[in-house]
Design a protein around this ligand. Structure first.
Ligand code: CO
Length: 140
């Protein structure tokens, strides 16, 4: 069962430009430093909101998983939503048992929050790319 909305992923051709938008235009006050995640092929940066976060993602390297998305959406756009789950393996097995396609052959990766994550294909999720993330601090 899904828990809290952890963050909304937003793809952008420029994290710096997006940070300017979220801080100067929208008035956000807390933004994390831009961080490279070479294994995931992305740069990430979080905008902290009172009840959630926006995860800004920019391509890193030549084989970024968001390059195709940005080719279709040159200005960037909403890319995924991330819900917390208590146990990532149980959630993965549950998704597969229900017929959903879990990306990366269902193998969890360590995400930007330092906890395991999986992605569920949008074709099985009403057109939304869904990230499931083990609750930070939850034991497994
Ligand atoms: Co994410």
């Amino acid at each position: 069962m899904i828990g809290r909305l952890n963050h909304v992923g937003v793809a952008t051709p420029s994290i710096e430009e997006s940070v300017r938008l979220y801080t100067e235009v929208l008035g956000a006050t807390k933004v994390t430093a831009k961080k490279a995640m070479p294994e995931q092929g992305v740069w990430v940066c979080f905008v902290d909101l009172p009840n959630s976060q926006i995860e800004l993602i920019e391509p890193y390297g030549d084989n970024s998983p968001i390059t195709a998305f940005l080719a279709k959406n040159p200005k960037g756009g909403q890319h995924h939503v991330c819900f917390e789950v208590k146990d990532i393996i149980a959630a993965r097995d549950d998704m597969k048992a229900k017929g959903a396609t879990v990306l990366n052959n269902g193998v969890p990766r360590i995400g930007a929050h330092g906890v395991p994550v999986i992605f569920v294909h949008p074709k099985d999720m009403g057109g939304v790319l869904v990230e499931l993330m083990q609750e930070p601090g939850a034991a497994h």
